[in-house]
Write a protein that binds this ligand. Structure first.
Ligand SMILES: NC(=O)c1ccc[n+]([C@@H]2O[C@H](COP(=O)([O-])OP(=O)(O)OC[C@H]3O[C@@H](n4cnc5c(N)ncnc54)[C@H](OP(=O)(O)O)[C@@H]3O)[C@@H](O)[C@H]2O)c1
Length: 254
């Protein structure tokens, strides 16, 4: 059984969607959780209420993870108010769905800062806390099929996810011997606020049913959170620098 009692986990972008599911899953397993958001304060407070109802401590912190100063303040808060951090789930992402040819420098920088650089900022700032972890500290980033597949309107996000997976491997080189595991969860299509905004989402959800190989079951935020939970636990101590796919098998065949 996975027991995270005594651990503290930060989940970026945990007011909604997959991040919320991860925050709740880690809390169920015993961790205290920092719930991060950028606009949805009320939703973040509700997630925190659900966590405290489980008997865990929850902290709600607003921070734009694409802004270096915000990440520094977020981690400073954790250092000063909590004094420990063993698990980071770098989940928050953005990007807007548009053709690459309609993208400008601002779109590119915002996507890369929030989806990729945030992981580096988080690990760099939290390193002193992660190194003090009793047992290996766990850093988990969330990627998508766009890292290796071409999807309409998804060029910027897909490119950022490919960069994220590479950056995670390179981070492993730098912190693996400091007691820290860095891994990525590559999730298939999940019904969340962000995917509902994709212009062709109806077609994608219909195709997903035909492509997965798990019967009638559909990938849910909780399924992604289960893999994150595994990577956050000591069961994954020897899983290092990996990208683990959870998509019901949809991406392994034509
Ligand atoms: N949904 C899918 O099908 C799917 C598939 C593969 C991978 N993923 C990945 O899974 C992760 C979560 O996706 P989702 O679908 O659950 O998204 P979502 O429902 O749109 O939720 C996004 C979360 O990220 C937060 N956020 C956005 N920008 C932020 C920023 N700059 N700083 C801090 N927090 C920020 C949002 O906070 P506010 O509520 O405050 O705005 C919200 O909590 C992303 O990395 C995404 O690429 C999703």
């Amino acid at each position: 059984m996975i027991n995270l009692a005594g651990k503290v986990a930060l989940v970026t972008g945990s007011s909604r969607g997959i991040g919320k599911a991860c925050a709740l899953r880690l809390a169920e397993a015993g961790a205290d959780v920092i719930v991060n958001y950028v606009t949805s304060r009320a939703a973040a407070m509700e997630v925190a209420d659900q966590i405290t109802a489980m008997g865990r401590r929850a902290y709600v912190v607003k921070a734009d993870v694409g802004e270096e100063e915000d990440v520094i303040s977020l981690i400073d808060f954790i250092k000063e108010e909590i004094g420990q951090l063993e698990i980071i789930v770098s989940n928050a992402a953005t990007g807007g769905f548009r053709p690459l040819l309609a993208s400008n420098t601002k779109h590119f920088h915002a996507t890369m800062n929030i989806n990729v650089l945030s992981l580096v900022f988080l690990v760099r700032e939290a390193l002193p806390l992660l190194e003090r972890s009793v047992g290996r500290a766990k850093v988990i980033a969330i990627s998508s099929h766009g890292s290796h597949m071409a999807l309409p309107m998804y060029g910027l996000i897909g490119g950022s996810k490919a960069a994220l997976e590479s950056i995670a491997r390179h981070l492993t080189l730098e912190v693996g011997d400091k007691g820290i595991n860095v891994n990525v969860v590559k999730a298939g299509l999940v019904d969340t606020d962000s995917t509902r905004r994709i212009p062709y989402s109806g077609v994608m959800f219909a195709e997903r049913k035909n492509k997965t190989m798990v019967g009638e079951r559909e990938l849910m935020p909780d399924d992604v959170a289960d893999v994150v939970l595994f990577l956050a636990s000591r069961l994954s101590d020897l899983v290092q620098g990996e990208t683990l796919t959870v998509d019901g098998g949809s991406a392994i065949h034509v």
